[in-house]
Structure formats: C-alpha cells, structure tokens
Design a protein around this ligand. Structure first.
Ligand SMILES: *[C@@H]1O[C@H](CO)[C@@H](O)[C@H](O)[C@H]1NC(C)=O
Ligand SMILES: *[C@@H]1O[C@H](CO)[C@@H](O)[C@H](O)[C@H]1NC(C)=O
Ligand SMILES: *[C@@H]1O[C@H](CO)[C@@H](O)[C@H](O)[C@H]1NC(C)=O
Ligand SMILES: *[C@@H]1O[C@H](CO)[C@@H](O)[C@H](O)[C@H]1NC(C)=O
Ligand SMILES: *[C@@H]1O[C@H](CO)[C@@H](O)[C@H](O)[C@H]1NC(C)=O
Ligand SMILES: *[C@@H]1O[C@H](CO)[C@@H](O)[C@H](O)[C@H]1NC(C)=O
Ligand SMILES: *[C@@H]1O[C@H](CO)[C@@H](O)[C@H](O)[C@H]1NC(C)=O
Ligand SMILES: *[C@@H]1O[C@H](CO)[C@@H](O)[C@H](O)[C@H]1NC(C)=O
Length: 422
C-alpha cells in the first residue's frame, strides 16, 4: 500500500511537470527611456505578458515582428558563445542592446496575442510598416505613436534575411531616436521557428477517441465550451432513464455576451418527454469559470406523473474551476432539484463528465478532478509509511543507545567487592 501511495505521488508530479509545446518565442527589448521598467524573466520560465508599464509611459513604441523566431536563431547567428564576438549577423542588434537600456526574455508564450494586445490597448496613433525605413510614416507629434514593423520573411536564405533585418533595426532605431521622444523597441516572432520535438500529451486523451457514432456525448459550442460525458441518468422518484447520447444543441445556445448558455434537447423517450438541460456559465473576476445555473425542463408520464419547467438544479454539478482548466468527474454525485418546492424529485447523475468553458485550446486543459488529491488510498499509503518509518526510527535509536561496558572483571586480580550497607 505504501508503494502504491508513493507511485501515485510520483505519477502526479510527473504529469504536472510535463510542459505543453505551445508557440513560444523570445522577445528582445531596448529602450532609450531610462524610466521604463523592462520586464525580466527567470531562466526556464515562460513569460506571459510584458506588463502594463509600456502603455502608461509617454513614449513611442516600435514593434518588429518576424515571421518565426527562436532562441536558436539568436544563439546561432549572433555568435553568442564567443565572448570577443562582434555579434556576427546580429551585430547591430548586439550594439543596440548594449547601448540602450535593454532586456531579453527567452520564452514568451503566444507573442502574437501579446502584440495584438499591445495594439488594442495603445492610446495613440498606430502605423503599419513593411518597408525598410520610417521615412514615409506620418508621425503624430501630439500623440504617442506605435509602429508595427513587419520584417522580411526568413523562410528562405535565412542568414541573408537576418542580416537585412539587423540593418532594419539599426536604421529604424536611429530614425526613432531622431523623433526626440523616448521610445521602446520590441523584437519578436509570430511563432517559433523550432518545430516542437514531439507533441506532449497534457491531461486526458478524451478527445483523441473522437469517432462518430461513439459511446459518448461531446459538444463543442462554437469553440467556447467543451462538454463531454459518457452517460447521463435521469431519476424521478423511483423511476430511472438512461439518456441517449448526443442530444440536440438548441439553436438559442450562445456565448456572445460573456456568458455561455448551453441548451440540450433530448429526444422523447417512453414516459419522459420535453427533456431539456439548460446550463449557464460565466467567468468570475478571480479568473475562474463557474456554472451559474443548471435548470431542467421535463415531463414525466406513466406510473408517476409530474413536470418541471426550468427548475433549478444544484450547481454543485460543476464547482468553480480556474481558467484554462477543465473539470472532470468520473462518477458524479446525484444532482437534485434545489428550489423551495422539492416535492418533485427529479435528479440526474453524470458519468465521466468533463467540461471546460472559455479559454479553450485544441483539447481539454489540465483537469480539476472531483476526487481531491488526498483520497483514501493516498492517506492509507501515507499513514502506513509514517508508521513503518517510526518503527524503524525507534529501532535505530534503540541500537544507538546500546553502550559497551566501561569496567570488566579481572580474573587474576582482586574481585570487585561492593559493600552493601544495610
Ligand atoms: C457502449 O458501451 C456499452 C457499455 O460499455 C457497450 O455495451 C456498448 O456496446 C457500447 N456501444 C458502442 C456503440 O460502442
Ligand atoms: C471546436 O469548434 C471550433 C470552431 O467551431 C474549432 O475551431 C475547434 O477546433 C473545435 N474543437 C474541437 C476539439 O473539436
Ligand atoms: C447581449 O446583451 C445585450 C445587452 O445586454 C442584448 O441587447 C443582446 O440581445 C444580447 N445578445 C445575445 C445574443 O444574447
Ligand atoms: C409501472 O408499474 C408497473 C407495476 O408496478 C411496472 O410493471 C411497470 O414496469 C412500471 N412502468 C414503468 C415505466 O416504470
Ligand atoms: C434557472 O432557474 C432560475 C430559478 O427559476 C432562474 O432564476 C434562472 O434565470 C434560470 N436560468 C436560466 C438560464 O434560465
Ligand atoms: C438527492 O436526492 C436523493 C434521493 O432523494 C437523496 O438520497 C440525496 O441525499 C439527495 N442529494 C442531495 C445532495 O441533496
Ligand atoms: C409544489 O409542487 C406541487 C406539486 O407539483 C404543487 O401542487 C404546488 O403548487 C407547488 N408549490 C409551489 C409553491 O410552487
Ligand atoms: C479567458 O476568457 C475570459 C472570458 O472570455 C477572458 O476575460 C480572459 O481574458 C481569458 N483569459 C485568458 C488568459 O485568455
């Protein structure tokens, strides 16, 4: 049992340490604005954003966007392992980084959305440039300016292209300095030029088994919610129905207003008609997504009759889950009606439920499981281990406390006599 507990722990850490291979690119920054706080990054860490300091400062921004860029491009073409190097292909860039207040972030996730974000939040004039000079740009002296430079393609003749790009840095930086306004330059790529070594698997492979006519229900509502389950059971007093797979998604389902409304219509079954599941999800300011409502409409006829129209069910079905995480529960609890009038006892039980709302990627994110981390087998493992370790400690302490005698009886000498005073 102890071994099992340890293995479970090991497996868990192994899973956590697997990193997803998403598009990451390095970002280089240089600025003539000494007040500008530049972000810093720890080696091996991925940065998600550059901070808001860029927007607040009264300065121009210039963003150089290359089609693809990776750490290897810089190390290889800038001759970085040679201390006396002049920077090889990137010698202007090296000079710029040295002369200016600069920063280097080796790994930034999704640089495209970062640049997009910069563009959206920027309150000033935005100019798009694809040439090699800023001569044609109509700078607005009254406002801040953001220049988005699309660098030449590096797909063919990389070395030559990078050399040209290095020249562009030099020229445009000079032109920016000439504007007599502080500026910060950002150099990054739309994606990584490194092919991912292999696509890592993160979390469960539920979507990998996608085959039509399958034994599960999977709903992808216009890319804003994934909803997977293998079975749903509907209970009404003592009666029970196992619901069919792949219910119809009601056309009124939508996710345009910051909330997700998902409505599932089940086909009529004997004794159970008009069955409709209504889910409403929203995201909270604390970067969680939450199930606001789970309402049920049903009509039961037959041995027992009853109906419910949009009756609220317990939202304990799905607890609040952090953004980008999915919620998973292999054997869900029985979800009952919660209204004041609970004489109509409809209940549902979901099996192998996995849901993720908002911030979706190609598959479910890492899962928040309904079975907590400290399950009974894990506790049993830990307690057994502690017990065995304490027995061992006791034994070792006992062994250490054995002392050799400091006096021995000498058979030739006088016998030791101990006077006993009575
Ligand atoms: C679905 O699973 C059930 C039980 O696991 C099995 O009896 C059934 O044949 C499966 N159906 C399909 C279409 O795979
Ligand atoms: C979900 O739908 C969106 C667009 O409707 C699509 O881009 C995405 O690939 C789909 N995801 C899955 C897992 O099918
Ligand atoms: C979104 O909300 C606005 C105002 O609250 C409303 O007018 C509009 O109809 C809503 N759109 C949808 C699709 O629900
Ligand atoms: C209704 O009750 C009868 C007798 O108790 C039973 O045989 C029958 O299966 C029940 N029907 C349903 C739909 O539960
Ligand atoms: C669910 O039911 C509750 C109580 O009747 C109601 O306030 C809420 O608006 C309903 N939710 C939806 C999405 O219809
Ligand atoms: C739901 O109803 C069932 C049967 O009526 C009951 O046994 C169970 O405790 C209820 N669950 C909750 C969470 O109230
Ligand atoms: C509660 O449910 C019963 C049976 O369905 C119904 O007769 C009664 O009017 C309901 N009470 C309220 C307050 O809704
Ligand atoms: C996740 O989605 C919510 C709601 O659409 C959005 O406000 C939030 O910025 C997104 N978070 C990330 C990290 O994309």
């Amino acid at each position: 049992m102890a071994t099992m507990g340890c293995l479970t722990l090991l497996a868990l850490f192994a899973t956590i340490s697997v990193i997803s291979a998403s598009e990451k690119a390095p970002v280089l920054l240089w600025s003539n604005n000494k007040e500008q706080a530049l972000p810093s990054s720890l080696i091996g860490h991925t940065t998600e954003n550059l901070g808001d300091g860029f927007m607040d400062a009264d300065q121009n921004l210039i963003v150089f966007l290359q089609d693809k860029l990776s750490l290897d491009d810089i190390t290889k073409h800038a001759d970085v392992f040679n201390e006396a190097s002049d920077g090889a292909t990137f010698h202007h860039l090296k000079g710029l980084m040295e002369q200016h207040h600069s920063a280097y972030l080796p790994s930034v996730s999704s640089p495209v959305s970062l640049v997009q974000n910069l563009r959206e939040k920027f309150d000033g004039a935005v100019h798009d440039v694809s040439g090699e000079s800023l001569a044609d740009v109509a700078f607005d002296d009254a406002k801040k300016n953001l220049v988005m430079v699309t660098l030449p393609s590096t797909a063919v003749a990389k070395e030559t292209a990078l050399s040209k790009i290095d020249g562009i840095f030099e020229r445009m930086t000079r032109e920016m300095s000439a504007l007599k306004k502080p500026f910060t330059a950002v150099y990054t790529g739309r994606g990584s030029s490194q092919a991912p070594a292999e696509s890592f698997y993160q979390g469960r492979h539920l979507l990998a088994t996608a085959d039509p006519g399958a034994n599960y229900t999977f709903i992808n509502l216009t890319g804003c919610i994934y909803f997977y389950m293998t079975q749903v059971d509907f209970y009404y007093f003592t009666e029970h129905w196992e619901l069919p797979q792949n219910p119809d998604v009601d056309p009124s389902s939508d996710c345009t207003n910051g909330t997700i409304s998902l409505i599932l219509n089940y086909p009529a079954m004997t004794g159970l008609t008009d069955l409709q599941f209504i889910f409403e999800f929203s995201s909270t300011p604390s970067r969680m997504w939450t199930l606001d409502y789970f309402n049920l409409t049903y009509t039961v006829s037959g041995n027992s009759t009853g109906s419910g129209n949009n009756v609220p069910m317990s939202t304990a079905l799905i607890p609040d889950t952090p953004e980008k995480f999915s919620y998973h529960c292999y054997q869900g609890p029985m979800i009952n009606e919660t209204g004041k009038n609970v004489t109509n006892q409809a209940a549902v039980v979901f099996t192998s439920l996995q849901v993720q709302a908002f911030n979706l990627s190609e598959s479910f994110g890492y899962y928040n499981d309904c079975v907590g981390f400290f399950t009974i087998p894990i506790w049993t493992g830990i307690i057994t281990t502690l017990l065995l370790v304490s027995i061992l400690t006791f034994g070792v302490l006992m062994l250490l406390s054995i002392q050799t005698m400091d006096r021995f009886d000498d058979p030739k000498g006088k016998a030791i006599t101990v006077n006993v005073v009575e």
